[in-house]
Write a protein that binds this ligand. Sequence first.
Ligand code: ATP
Length: 364
Amino acid sequence: MTTKDIVLDHVSIRFGSYTAVDNAHLTIQGGEFFSFLGPSGCGKTTLLRCVSGFSEPTEGRVLIGGKDMKGVGPNKRPTALIFQNLALFPLMSVAENIAFPLEVRGVSRKERRKRADELLDMIALPGVGDKKVHELSGGQRQRVAIARALAVEPDILLLDEPLSALDLKLRHHMRTELRAIQQRVGLTFIYITHDQGEALTMSDRIAVMNAGVIEQIGDPESVYNRPKTSFVASFVGETNAIEGKVVLQSGEMVTLETPLGPLQGKAAGGRRYKNGDSCYLFIRPEQMELKADAEAPNTIAASVTKEEFEGNSRILFVSANGVDMRVTRVNRGGSDGMVTGHAVTFAFDPAHATVLPHGQLAGA
Ligand code: ATP
């Protein structure tokens, strides 16, 4: 256990009879980049407020560095919080902004400036200390806000959707920057986002939340490739969800009877199903391969209902027997003739399809 470890010990948070966080139980290791990922309203911010000390759990405990934080206020915790709204002071210089928390603590002007310059080096913005905040770009301001949070030398940085006000390109750039800063300073970062791309690219581990419940914790690859629930499968990355009933399980291979005929996929997490169980088969759009051979297993004949051009790829929206699906085609230039109204046959490898018990889908 280090001073940067955080334990959420069976934490529930209720507002009256409404449960915003339901029995969160996990340990975040010191130095980890840990994200809470989930849709709006799933309880991410409520949980973060409990770690930062702005609220207390209704049940359970928050431990930081092995110490129970009950009754310990935000200023007394080894945490610093960064919001989407950065709240930098526009009339102060960059250095004054960064050193502001130190001024409040009575640190001398000379020492403050020295620390601000060190922090500007750390966020890879040397020499901008005398500039005014409005002279910086959005991404630079974001880094200044991080430097200001680091000025008080926290062990843990809490980031609540810090990139959501930035434009798309800058947001992508800042993912790399944030990860680099975290690795440089070696602190625990707890990051809150509804953007799966952010969570997947930056995190050591991700907790996926749905309606107050943590449904899965794992590294980005396991959450993406081995989802444990229908919600996680449908929230993290694009996927097709095909409903069916189990007719056979042989080892980890499950056959479902679906409106598209029998389809096979792998039982997630070594599950055993009974014949007749209601399930979803999840297959990613990039795993759907166009096939001429209609006899191959997992073959679906469909028609193209719409196309979307995305630059490096095209999305075909296809429909078969009332089931709507997406197929991704890499754009290699030229036309593949797969236009709206066209009949297509495609197939997928059962090893790339995941079968999970019927459950709530994201956005449903
Ligand atoms: P977002 O991404 O939109 O910020 P979130 O996942 O952070 O969403 P929370 O802000 O944690 O969600 O809210 C979780 C649920 O708890 C919401 O339904 C919200 O309305 C409710 N809630 C949050 N704070 C309070 C409060 N002080 N009183 C009553 N209900 C609250």
